[in-house]
Design a protein around this ligand. Structure first.
Ligand code: SF4
Length: 390
């Protein structure tokens, strides 16, 4: 059976989501093929096993912790540091203990990755990650800029009567809503009653972005259809302030129309195998770029200009214990070299095979490419057959 690095295409293609979320819409819109290849089965792997990048994982752990804390603080109106409310928010967000849990989970995932050669490890301690997250949080957090504390009251109204519940409580949190006609759902951080009408709020860490507004517009549609009343405004609540947009009826109608059209179009695109590619800046670090003919060239070109070691190579001599000879696309001869212990990273290939190397190290002005412990080597063509998705 072929290994992950020899498989040319998924063994079972992913199908369109039965129920879309705002993030799945954004991901598929970004590149349908990437979404599809990442979620397809590859031999024994139910999804494409993305190679863990320790620096990216550490960034993700910090980002997730900040997001949880931003949400918990936001629900309390961004209380002052050290206050009882702030401590309650940190406890609810599992801010401090979350670093140990996340690192343990990632170490297990990295150990399971099917790549041959030495296993990856996160080297940064939970304490160090916590310190970085606290520093970032302190830089951004402005106490008192939140939407205010909700004092929820016991409600005895029917579960489904959202509008009445909102009036009784003043606000509802963590609302999971589904559109009655479209396959679209979302979990809204908070909906509250204001003097102007209903406000839909989402809590965010990080910087304002148009994507946040898009997501809130879609959530406004969900509330409108679930509760029967149009929100008057949408708000992205950040650690240091808020961005608010008034909503017109036309805008809510237009958002719903675009939502329906987008879901139909994207679902149709995901029926294609492979789905349409959107080559661009996202290809450079795309985890499935070695399996995408359309994006590989873009990624390789950028890597070459930055002297990074993504390279497509034609094998000239069979791999030996320390290396082998190849030609690059440019026609230049490139010697692939490695320590004997890393030979397992090179698949068994014959002369004429085409390899796609990710994260090797270029040396000697590109005449040499060194395979390191973190390098991956994909077979792109074996025995004269073209492999990757066109
Ligand atoms: S390499 Fe680029 S075009 Fe190909 S799947 Fe990835 S993001 Fe899409």
């Amino acid at each position: 059976m072929n290994t992950l690095y020899e498989l040319q295409a998924p063994t079972e293609w992913a199908t369109s989501p039965g129920l879309w979320s705002s993030s799945s819409l954004d991901e598929v819109q970004g590149c349908p093929r990437r979404w599809q290849l990442l979620r397809s089965r590859w031999g024994a792997h139910p999804r494409f096993p993305v190679r863990p990048r320790p620096a990216a994982i550490e960034g993700q752990i910090i980002h997730d912790a900040l997001d949880r804390l931003a949400r918990a603080c936001g629900q309390r109106g961004n209380p002052p540091f050290g206050s009882a409310e702030f401590k309650a928010a940190a406890a609810e967000a599992e801010f401090f203990e979350g670093f140990i849990t996340a690192i343990t989970e990632w170490q297990e995932k990295m150990a399971e990755h099917p790549r041959p050669g030495p296993a990856f490890q996160l080297r940064t301690s939970p304490q160090e990650l916590t310190n970085r997250a606290v520093r970032l949080f302190r830089e951004q957090y402005q106490p008192g800029t939140g939407a205010g504390r909700l004092h929820a009251q016991p409600v005895t109204l029917e579960e489904g009567d959202l509008s009445a519940r909102l009036r009784v409580c003043g606000g509802l949190t963590e609302l999971r809503l589904q559109h009655p006609d479209l396959p679209f759902m979302g979990v809204i951080d908070r909906v509250q009653w204001t003097d102007d009408g209903v406000e839909v709020v989402d809590f965010k860490s990080g910087r304002p972005s148009e994507r946040h507004r898009e997501q809130l517009l879609r959530y406004a549609v969900l509330w409108w259809r679930a509760a029967g009343e149009r929100p008057a405004r949408i708000t992205a609540q950040y650690l240091d302030g808020r961005a608010t947009w008034a909503l017109s009826e036309d805008e809510v109608f237009a958002t719903e129309r675009v939502l329906g059209e987008s879901i139909t179009t994207l679902a149709e695109q995901l029926i294609e195998r492979p789905g349409p590619a959107r080559p661009g800046a996202g290809c450079v670090w795309c985890p499935v770029r070695a399996r995408c003919e359309a994006g590989w060239g873009v990624a390789e070109e950028v890597a070459r200009s930055e002297e990074r070691g993504d390279a497509e190579l034609i094998v000239v001599s069979r791999p030996g214990p320390h290396g082998f000879l190849t030609y690059a696309k440019t026609g230049d001869e490139v010697a692939v070299v490695y320590e004997a212990a890393l030979g397992a990273l090179v698949p068994t290939v014959d002369v004429g095979a085409v390899l796609r190397v990710i994260d090797g190290v270029r040396k000697g002005h590109g005449r040499e490419l060194e395979i390191k412990a973190w390098t991956e080597v994909f077979v792109a063509r074996q025995g004269g057959r073209t492999a990757a998705a066109r």
